[in-house]
Write a protein that binds this ligand. Structure first.
Ligand code: PXP
Length: 251
């Protein structure tokens, strides 16, 4: 297949995490979004959690009115979040599983098991003009369910692969990478647009970016952490460079 361009969405949630640790207004996630654009990001991703632990409703309002880049609104499949998405009309809505006690999104959405719950939500978001994506594990049954639900996009959960690389579990990491490759190929053949995200860092981005069917990566926590050392703009530029290099090598 011909390899298409790879977009970079910057998840700014953890700028808001640092702000909320103190209360008040700083650091401002909207400023981070503006800087992300300058550094070469193609989109901004923000997760409005039910418990508002990082991004707040006002952040979503400001992101949609002040940032020219497409906004990818990450949301749980709840009536409250659907109402906010319909009102805000983001470019994209990515449905993620959400458990109150988790530290970050653990595992993908069970699109197959929750089919009846998700179907009207996907339809409503699509009717509101959002490009709907489902955050799923790289698994055939989940891809098929996403297709049947009418979601045009899936985002493959890369968290397990990245954790295995961090733990130097080389064989298991290779197995997980193959699952991502297979799912990307299969999903793309089904007609789904393939994105990927979660836990991606400088040392894991290359293998993921080499998967030709993937057209968008969403990356946040690592970049916000790296910003402490080299600045957000420098961290994003380096990520962009590694993505472009991987893509050029994959051609
Ligand atoms: N994509 C999705 C669907 C997510 O839920 C998250 C985490 O909020 C990310 C991407 C970004 O993950 P990370 O912050 O680990 O880079």
């Amino acid at each position: 297949m011909t390899t298409s361009a790879l977009r970079l969405g910057i998840n700014i949630d953890h700028v808001a995490t640092v702000r909320n640790a103190r209360g008040g207004l700083l650091p401002d996630p909207v400023r981070a979004a503006k800087l992300s654009e300058k550094a070469g990001a193609d989109g901004i991703t923000a997760h409005l959690r039910e418990d508002r632990r990082h991004i707040l409703d006002t952040d979503i309002e400001r992101l949609s009115s002040e940032i020219p880049l497409p906004l990818n609104f990450e949301m749980a499949a709840t009536p409250e979040m659907v109402e906010i998405a319909v009102r805000t009309r983001p470019h994209a809505a990515c449905i993620v599983p959400e458990k109150r006690e988790e530290r970050t999104t653990e595992g993908g959405l069970d699109a197959r098991g929750q089919y009846n719950h998700l179907q009207p939500i996907v339809a409503r978001l699509r009717d509101a003009g959002a490009r709907v994506s489902l955050f799923i594990e790289p698994d055939e049954a989940q891809l098929e369910a996403a297709m049947r639900l009418g979601a045009p996009v899936v985002e493959l959960h890369t968290g397990r692969y990245c954790d295995l690389v961090n733990d130097s579990e080389t064989r298991q990491a290779a197995h997980e990478l193959n699952r991502l490759r297979d799912a990307a190929r299969l999903g793309s053949a089904m007609g789904l647009e393939i994105h990927a995200g979660h836990g991606i860092a400088f040392d894991t981005v290359t293998r993921i970016a080499e998967i030709p069917e993937i057209v968008e990566l969403n990356i946040g926590h690592f970049l916000v952490g790296e910003a402490i050392f080299i600045g957000l703009e420098g961290a994003i530029r380096e990520m962009r460079r590694l993505m472009d290099e991987a893509r050029a090598g994959a051609r």
